[in-house]
Write a protein that binds this ligand. Sequence first.
Ligand SMILES: Cc1ncc(COP(=O)(O)O)c(C=O)c1O
Length: 478
Amino acid sequence: MSISFLAALLAYCEENISPFHTPGHKQGRGMALDFQRAWQQWGLKLDIDPPVLVGSEGATLPLALLAEAESKAAELFGGKATFFLTNGTTAGIQSMFLGAIKDRKVIIPRHIHYSVLGALILSGANPVILPPKAKNSELPDSRLTPEQVQQVLSSDSEIAGVFTQNPTYFGFADDLQDLIHIAHAAGIPVLVDEAHGPHFAFSSELPPTALSQGADLVAQSTHKLLTSLTGSSMLHLGGTLIDPEEISRYVEITQSTSPSFLLLASLESAVYQLAADGQGLVTQVLELAYDLRRQLAEVQGIKVYGSIEAQAEGYPYWDPTKVVIDFSPSGLGGVEALNILREEYKIQGEMADFSRVLLVLGPGDDRDSIACLKPILTDLVARYKRSPGRTTIPLPGYSSQQVLTPREAYFAPGVTLSLKESIGKVAAQLVAPYPPGIPILIPGEVITVEQIEYLKELACSGFQVTGLTEQAEIRVVK
Ligand SMILES: Cc1ncc(COP(=O)(O)O)c(C=O)c1O
């Protein structure tokens, strides 16, 4: 193995070089004092934000040192090539659409993540948006059924690819094999947002990975469920339909030309950590998850989702490390419970919806970190429970009508209108509660009463909604 990227950075810091290069803070000396203090409080050395130049050869970018870690990642995750990303899975999804679809037609599910809209707008891709499989569910559903896809492909020869998200934010996962088989039979690639599944490759108890089922491009948020720094992700290439050179051209333009070396070094280290014992690392998280689930099964007034709920929604697989707690039996709202957990018990969950809170376990957890949850949830329910009585609010997206492409609508001259006035107009903005970031309005869609009622319900229940103006107005096409 050649010298690692991380070792090259550390060696540079130790050489005592006078830095007449960016970054301008010059090994921390010029950073705002507040930030210097915070940085030191986190136990980090100020000179660690690494410089552009490393090594005695002069102006060499040490990025070549990452090639070895990227090929190791491809081997570990089961792909042909892997690209490290410093702009999250968001950049991976942009690269996929730019590289494999461009401004052609692509099949996508209605319940996609916010970042997919950015990719559609940037690439100019024309989406054929298919409605969710489950009817009237509160849960986002990004499944595409093989039948739906077959039907579109039989009637439209211009489709250049199929995009889907698997698993869901809550960790429910579908079988992708038939879908991939149908797309490949038509000679088109399958692109997968696997943001929430980077750990799947390391345990047979987790859902099968998209790559193992034959997907062509797969983006994963390594930072979400493995151990690299926030914002660092990977894009994997599988199959034979996509030219790695073509994808690499787009990875290049969706990344900063000054990528964070900290993020890159953390990806490299995560890869070698996984190479050393990825299975051990992930098995340990799974064991903790099972233990926590056993404990929480004894708490009255909550329901923790598992295989029964996944199967009830028609998913063959689920991820035990995503601990979805439904508070409906105790009459509490999800956002309300999330806020109480934070304010009164110093527990920060990942996100909430109308009745559920998602807690995520990762390799940084251990028995001590999970020990507080059972007593806290028992106490919370005892103190706050009230009579249940909430009605289900299905996530919109079953009857959406797309009249412009997201790019056409986003770039079109717009005007802002109140929620009520916007009904019947064409959305020029994506509007979504964040997290989970599933758009309630997609640019180019005709705004319906159902969508506006849903947005009002979100506002009443305390959700943070992105895409509305400060006056809760919506930008529509003029
Ligand atoms: C389903 C899904 N896809 C894509 C993304 C974007 O990932 P990243 O934050 O790594 O850019 C997210 C982020 O939460 C997500 O939940």
